[in-house]
Design a protein around this ligand. Structure first.
Ligand code: SF4
Ligand code: SF4
Length: 446
């Protein structure tokens, strides 16, 4: 990677861009003032000067940056700038995101002033005071909406990217923010219809099941929904469309990665070592949550003794290391340093299950027209899952890798139209282990 030098050398901002960027910086400054007391004292004032002004200035800045440029990918010195090439700005944002997650999970008291700041929205949507998770959901949704707008402009030449981005924006806003809030207002469980076991790891724990059953018919429906989504909808939709139906169209983690994380997608590790690590880690996490769920159930039936101690510590351990530290602190906090899909690639048990289904039981594949490939490498560079797409393109081979989330960016950035995301008859899919073995061999030689 090229050395990182001052970004000013690469970016020439117009006067309106500079003004709106300064306004955005001001809204970040106001966020700090809100954090240190202002948010609790004058919630409405700070709500407008942080979320309101921040979202507005972000949207206008994005419009002034992308709307007048040619659509599609331009490298624009992305491998040299501090923000996108692990320079000082990336470290600043990495530390900022990580600190926020550490406070969120383990020191929520430090966020108290920000939590009070979002009280007015919480009372309006949920008829009760906010907590740190509502604050998180508000930030999360704002990021997906503003950065989703950026995706819409940046990839406006691709219908697939437009519809997919609208989809993640819709699911985040409606299914992960508004519906749970309205349910809370109606005194029903704050249920997230787009999260199921094993991604929502405690969804099938006996305590969660019992609590839903106590909520009457609505709770029983939610329970039925959870089971039906994982047991029926997941295999069926993955058979027809691959794991993309969830990872790149519905999931909130994927939604954030595809919007806020887009400027960092090129940072994904493409090395052979990363590929080997990915396979060990993601399947280990899946085995762990399966064992934990079984143990917790056995404990609830047979109760106590060694089983109780073991299941309690497994539950605690998984919640701390995987549910909080890995998926939140590392998964999002490290976007600017490790790329946007670290959690999805190395840790998410839902992605692991979908990946197995995609590889062995799905119609989905990316077809390649090798004769057209000019080996520019754009596809491999921008694959957030670290797949060496060019390797397949050069050979004219279908890509049906378990890790591919079907984001379609490899296809959208290809200048020659080599790559196509397709759902064809399973029998015509070229799924050969020989390609993978050859690739390992080629990479080992390199
Ligand atoms: S191979 Fe293409 S569609 Fe699959 S994850 Fe990589 S960039 Fe996205
Ligand atoms: S498939 Fe397209 S983007 Fe990838 S190396 Fe070939 S020409 Fe470049």
């Amino acid at each position: 990677m090229n050395s990182v030098v001052s970004d000013k050398k690469f970016i020439e901002l117009s006067s309106p861009q500079k003004i709106w960027l300064s306004v955005f910086a001001l809204s970040l400054f106001m966020l700090f003032v809100a954090l240190f007391g202002g948010g609790a004292k004058y919630p409405k004032v700070f709500l407008i000067s942080t979320f309101g002004i921040g979202m507005l200035s972000g949207i206008v800045f994005i419009r002034k940056t992308y709307a007048y440029e040619t659509a599609g990918i331009k490298n624009n010195f992305i491998m040299m700038m501090k923000h996108t090439a692990k320079g000082s700005t990336a470290w600043f944002f990495g530390i900022l995101f990580t600190s926020f997650y550490v406070c969120l999970y383990w020191h929520a008291d430090l966020l108290e002033n920000l939590v009070r700041m979002v009280d007015p929205i919480s009372y309006m949507l949920r008829a009760k005071a906010a907590d740190q998770w509502f604050l998180y959901g508000t930030f999360y949704t704002a990021c997906v909406l503003v950065m989703g707008y950026r995706m819409l402009l940046k990839y406006r030449h691709s219908r697939y990217q437009t519809v997919r981005t609208l989809s993640v924006m819709f699911f985040q806003l409606v299914f992960s923010y508004l519906i749970p809030s309205f349910l809370a207002k109606l005194n029903q469980p704050e249920f997230y219809f787009t999260y199921f076991w094993p991604l929502k790891y405690d969804a099938l724990f006996p305590g969660s099941v019992a609590s839903l059953r106590q909520s009457g018919n609505v709770g029983v429906f939610m329970l039925f929904w959870s089971v039906a989504m994982i047991a029926i909808a997941t295999p069926l939709l993955t058979y027809f469309y691959g794991k993309r139906w969830y990872c790149s169209w519905v999931c909130g983690c994927g939604g954030l990665a595809e919007t806020l994380g887009d400027p960092y997608r090129q940072l994904s590790d493409k090395s052979l070592k990363a590929w080997k690590t990915e396979r060990v880690m993601i399947y280990s996490v899946t085995v762990l949550i399966t064992i934990t769920t079984i143990l917790v159930w056995l404990d609830s039936v047979y109760g106590g003794g060694i089983l109780g101690t073991l299941s309690a510590s497994m539950k605690k351990w998984y919640g701390f290391f995987i549910g909080a530290a890995f998926s939140g602190v590392i998964g999002v906090g490290f976007y600017p340093l490790l790329g946007s899909r670290v959690w999805c690639r190395f840790g998410c048990p839902m992605a692991a299950i979908l990946g197995i289904l995609q590889k062995w039981f799905s119609k989905f594949r990316i077809t390649t027209n090798g004769g057209q490939c000019i080996s520019c490498g754009n596809c491999s560079t921008y694959c957030e899952m670290g797949i060496d797409v060019r390797w397949y393109a050069q050979r004219g081979q279908d890509i049906s890798r378990a890790s591919c989330v079907g984001c379609g960016v490899c296809s959208s950035v290809c200048p020659r139209g080599v790559l196509n995301l397709e759902n064809g008859p399973k029998a015509t899919r070229v799924l050969d282990e020989v390609s993978l073995v050859n690739m390992l061999h080629d990479k080992n030689k390199a």
